[in-house]
Design a binder for this molecule. Sequence first.
Ligand SMILES: Cc1cc2nc3c(=O)[nH]c(=O)nc-3n(C[C@H](O)[C@H](O)[C@H](O)COP(=O)(O)OP(=O)(O)OC[C@H]3O[C@@H](n4cnc5c(N)ncnc54)[C@H](O)[C@@H]3O)c2cc1C
Length: 415
Amino acid sequence: MDYGFTEQQQEIVNLARAIAQKKIRPVREHYDQTEEFPWPIVEELRKVGLFGVYLPEEVDGLGGGNLELVLAAEELSKACGGIALCVATSSLCALPILLYGSPELRKKYLPDLATGKKLGAFNITEPGAGSDATATKATAVLQGDHYVVNGIKNFCSTGKDADTYVIFATTNPNRGARGISAFVVEKGTPGFTFGKKEEKMGIRANGTYELVFQNCKIPKENLIYKEGYGLFIAQLTFDYSRPGVAAQAIGIAQGALDETMSYIRQRKQFGQSISSFQAIQHMMADCATQIEAGRALLYATVRAMDASNGPAIRKAMEENKVVADCMNELDTKRWTKESGMVKVFCSDTAMRVATDCVQMCGGIGYMRDFPVEKYMRDAKITQIYEGTNQIQRNEIAMMMIKEAASKSKKDLVAA
Ligand SMILES: Cc1cc2nc3c(=O)[nH]c(=O)nc-3n(C[C@H](O)[C@H](O)[C@H](O)COP(=O)(O)OP(=O)(O)OC[C@H]3O[C@@H](n4cnc5c(N)ncnc54)[C@H](O)[C@@H]3O)c2cc1C
């Protein structure tokens, strides 16, 4: 389907597609098996500037928006969702700095994340605080010019291989959710080390690590925005980033279907190609329909988000202000419901499509030396991270109830 991309958006698709097909596809099995970090691919992505497609030119990005980011993520994920993840985690680190960081913090950290010179990671999860981030136990105590951070964060994607981390810790345990704050931490800061590396089902080209903080001193300028704003920062970041997970999911689903189509056209049983059986054709048709529906929802959502967020981002750059403050000044819409919807729809689609692709390929689909089972393993995480799909549904329903309440209040006033 023609989605009417600009020349620059089409160029991003072409660049990402070329790297995915020529560079990632031939090596994805190696990285899946060895769990090594794919540095040669990172180098390719750096060369063409794919890390910063969504960041403003003022911080060395390409000046695009969320649509540009999801286009890159989708194309890369068609070849390998695990390798593509390094772009997504860098954006997950850059976004809180872009949205809530001071102009100084933006200038200090975003250019290197935009060019890919440095990789980023984001860690809110803790062993006791998964879906419930309000249970954060890591602490950050202000002592003079520094915050002293203690605690364990876990399940950090691009864990050991990033350079810049956005982490969350409580600056006031008595205030619960309102006591959590967000910080930028650099790798190599004394007291910041790496713990356990997880052994995973999928996205194995991207290491998932525990981050350990023991009396780690972070300059107080590295607090993002203000103390106690951590969960607001995380929420606005996720509103922006969940479509990226959806893009990863759509890429994985399309990649699985493409591999399946090549196989089922040449595989013969009962003297004919298995793609001539109606049972297989209906599965193919359902997979393609669900993928296209997800893609259409994804592009429509991020286009609307870009149109709404763009003016606040531009205002903040021009007037040297914080983007979130400009969003408040301009009364910019919040996208929690829509970004949750697109994440739920596309990730559920990816899991269904990848599972059906294994089914269409039969026994070979289940084998490690055939690429389709990897898509199924990689698809699963898209239903879990950046908030499980149960949590997304909770948030969608909560927003629906709020909207209905405010509508009936307005109706009452009008009547
Ligand atoms: C491979 C991988 C990479 C990750 N990368 C990162 C990362 O880079 N940074 C980071 O911060 N985190 C990361 N995570 C963490 C991820 O975001 C969490 O795993 C996820 O949010 C779920 O938390 P949990 O695992 O503690 O599950 P739990 O919160 O223990 O949930 C378990 C089950 O209970 C359900 N559940 C929980 N609460 C509710 C509720 N209120 N209503 C209905 N159902 C509920 C969940 O949906 C789930 O099905 C990663 C996780 C994995 C597996």
